[in-house]
Design a protein around this ligand. Sequence first.
Ligand code: NAD
Length: 276
Amino acid sequence: TKVPAITLNNGVEMPQLGFGVWQVPDAEAETAVTQALQAGYRSIDTAAAYENEEGTGRAIAKSGIPREELFVTTKLWNTDQGYDSTLRAFDTSLSKLGLEYLDLYLIHWPTPARDKYVDTYKAFEKLLADGRVRAIGVSNFLPEHLERLISETSVVPAVNQIELHPHLQQHTAREYHAERGIATEAWSPLGQGKGLLEVPAIVAIAQKHNRTPAQIVLRWHLQLGNIAIPKSVTPSRIRENIDVFDFSLDAEDLAAISALDEDRRLGPDPAQFNMA
Ligand code: NAD
């Protein structure tokens, strides 16, 4: 499977579909990431807070896939925000991953009450200038946080990774990102697999295309222009989730999914989430 790329605002190409490893224990991450790489994924999304950078790194190392064909993202955890602590946290993540450079580094949460994301991002700009990371961005930033970041720093974030799925379609954020040249990356793209994949409208579209509900939801993301990073540790689902490039949803399907927006978060509100 060849996954199409999104060109980020600095010209770097990022696969539009990647593999997420949140809640995968380090001991299982090596197997899961190995299966994903075998299935054709080339983009992996981890984070310092997931505590599986080492298992992820072991899978990358033993895959034998040339480094330049991979796109590895990790994220700086909240307690490491601040200029010097960010530089140290980056070194730790890179060494756990066993890599010489990172493709994308994200601030995991803005944690506005800490008031450190601007300094944190200035350290990201140094890492970018030093060639240690190919692109820098943020996660869970609301437009107000991006406004401040853009006005006080020099590099417009390449990506904002936010909770996004048919029950939380994020129209305001997506429009804001598009105006600013920031790519929108969807976390929990399958709505964590809970009720979303049983919604009758999605099941009906799946039957119409002879596909699974997960494939329909991923196709919706891709056709909207989102980057999506579904997670699974089940080999058949890992393969299923990347097998989405040989069919498309029509206007009627897209409209039926658009009608499912409930503006409902599964995760925390970024304006309020500050500690831990
Ligand atoms: P997801 O929406 O990818 O759902 C994953 C769950 O859906 C699986 O655990 C499984 O139960 C189910 N599932 C997966 N494939 C399926 C299939 N084909 N059929 C049926 N069920 C299926 O949820 P997620 O793991 O929360 O999000 C994906 C990734 O996004 C994470 O692994 C992580 O990398 C990233 N993420 C980032 C943040 C952040 O704050 N930046 C927060 C959450 C997740």
